[in-house]
Design a binder for this molecule. Structure first.
Ligand code: NDP
Length: 492
């Protein structure tokens, strides 16, 4: 029995204006399991008008900061209560392992609690005026209607890192998940109703990027776009937003270096390299897809790496035993298979995998290429799959140059027991996040985001709320000269 979802617009669960629907698939079974409204520009307009109305009029616009915090706390409680159901939906829709999802969802309410606590600590300032008879102060105001656009690889986590700070700041929201994975976002919308958010504060629409995503980005009543996705879509969104001077936060792709020096704890580094690339079948922006090994440890490291990665269990994402699930979408599966052929054609040596799994469907074997040189496409382009490129290096200077020789700058890992080297490397690497003797550590208090083509702005932490605020300077003349450089003398 196919489930039928509706969109949440202005507090009502609605069909698309066109009446059209589209199917969403389970990547493990390959079967369609639900249908969703196929929204277009008319639906984008309705959702933005609802969000704009809630921003300017009605209970949300009059709510205190502490009141917003209280609603966010209720939302956090509901997320915790519904974590299991939300996780199952996401596993069904994008093939992520239930084990990974369970842990992620237990952490997700923290996004709501963290920003609930921050809501009433957003303070303006009282800078001293430079003349008598004036009182000057700044107000921090919500930027306005925010459009949140998220990809298919981690919908709930990526929307929480946008939605919670935006609400704490007092903004209203239209969320557009990926056409491949909209179900969990629509179920998430139900929790806003239960928590008591006024209608129109949080809206969720479904449909395709070009049909409803782009009209949302271009809508004149939208003040800010918070986007996570690929580089090309990010560029398009950035260009469209720039035409109307809209604010943007962009979290884009990566080709992150994971660097192992010969003084590292090798067993930890092997585990870090495996988790770095094969978690979520490599479909994460922070994947450590370029592994740099110092010459003297290269061969034995690769041997152990192949042994550990080769033992990974592929299978049903709902099973606790499974370590690598299917690829989330068919287009992504095709793209990864194509990159394997490209790497082989470029002369890289396939030390592990290098083909579709015998399980069939959308499974790809964990794949390791050695003998990769920096000029190969497999060393410079984001694959977004379980494909690791191994490169060799002589010394610190050489590896810093190689690691930074990319347009991306999202994350980097360094494995060393030398404390001086750890500090030097963390300063030299061009990446928004650097992990020393660990990989993929993330937490709500630590800013997340990239340099260079990996994005603009940061999510999470106190910095995460800044992108949803404007500063207004207020000059109040209570007893002084007007201070105007040009004063009209009014006669009579
Ligand atoms: P896309 O860029 O194709 O899509 C991302 C989102 O943007 C989707 O919701 C998509 O909708 C929407 N979209 C696409 N085109 C437009 C447009 N013209 N206007 C408005 N919205 C649009 O990325 P993928 O979904 O393929 O996700 C994978 C990418 O996301 C990878 O490159 C990865 O690196 C990046 N990513 C970055 C992260 C980070 O934090 N830095 C985290 C996770 C992923 P639809 O799907 O319906 O077309």
């Amino acid at each position: 029995m196919m489930r039928e979802y509706r969109m949440l617009v202005g507090g009502a669960w609605v069909e698309a204006a066109s009446g059209q629907r589209f199917e969403t698939f389970n990547p493990y079974t390959g079967e369609a399991w639900a249908t969703l409204p196929r929204g277009n520009a008319d639906d984008a307009d309705a959702a933005v008008q609802a969000a704009y109305g809630a921003l300017k009029r009605g209970p949300w616009s009059k709510l205190t900061a502490a009141g917003r915090g209280a609603l966010l706390r209720k939302l956090g409680d509901l997320m915790a209560e519904n974590a299991e159901a939300l996780a199952r939906t996401e596993v069904r829709d994008n093939g992520k392992l239930y084990g990974e999802m369970g842990a992620q969802l237990r952490a997700l309410p923290q996004f709501a609690y963290y920003y609930a606590g921050l809501a009433d600590k957003i303070e303006g300032a009282v800078p001293p005026p430079d003349r008598d008879g004036f009182f000057t102060y700044t107000r921090r105001e919500p930027v306005g209607v925010v459009v949140c656009i998220v990809p298919w690889n981690s919908p709930l986590a990526l929307m929480a890192s946008k939605v919670m700070p935006a609400l704490a700041a007092g903004c209203t929201i239209v969320l557009k998940p990926s056409e491949f994975t909209s179900a969990s976002a629509l179920e998430f919308g139900e929790l806003f109703e239960q928590a008591g958010f006024p209608p129109g504060v949080f809206n969720v629409v479904s449909g395709f990027g070009k049909e409803i995503g782009q009209p949302l980005v271009e809508h004149p009543r939208v003040a800010k776009i918070a986007f996570t996705g690929g580089e090309e879509s990010g560029r398009r969104v950035n260009e469209l937003a720039a035409r109307h001077f809209k604010r943007v936060t962009l979290e884009l792709g990566g080709k992150s270096p994971n660097i192992v020096f010969d003084d590292a704890d090798i067993e930890s580094a092997v585990n870090g390299a495996v988790a770095g690339i094969f978690a979520a079948a490599g479909q994460t922006c922070i994947a450590g897809s370029r592994l740099f090994l110092q010459d003297s440890i290269h061969d034995r490291f690769v041997e152990r790496l192949v042994e550990v990665a080769g033992a990974a269990i592929l299978g049903d994402p709902n099973s606790e035993e499974t370590q690598i699930g299917p690829i989330a979408t068919k287009p992504q599966y095709d793209k990864i298979i194509e990159y394997i052929a490209i790497a082989k054609g470029e002369g890289a040596f396939c030390a592990l995998g290098g083909k579709a799994s015998e399980l069939g469907g959308q499974f790809i074997e964990p794949t390791i290429f050695t003998g990769v040189s920096p000029d190969m496409r497999i060393a410079s382009e984001e694959v977004f799959g379980p494909i690791l490129s191994v490169l060799r290096f002589r010394d610190e200077e050489e590896v810093v140059a190689m690691a930074n020789d990319t347009t991306f700058g999202l994350a980097a890992g360094v494995w060393t027991q030398n404390i001086g080297r750890a500090f030097r490397m963390s300063a030299s690497l061009e990446a928004g996040m650097v992990w020393i003797n660990t990989y993929r550590a993330v937490g709500i208090g630590m800013p997340f985001g990239g340099m260079k083509h990996s994005g603009i702005g940061r999510e999470n932490g106190i910095e995460g709320i800044e992108g949803y605020l404007e500063t207004k300077s207020v000059w109040l003349n209570y007893d002084g000269e007007t201070g105007n450089p040009f004063v009209m003398k009014i006669k009579g």
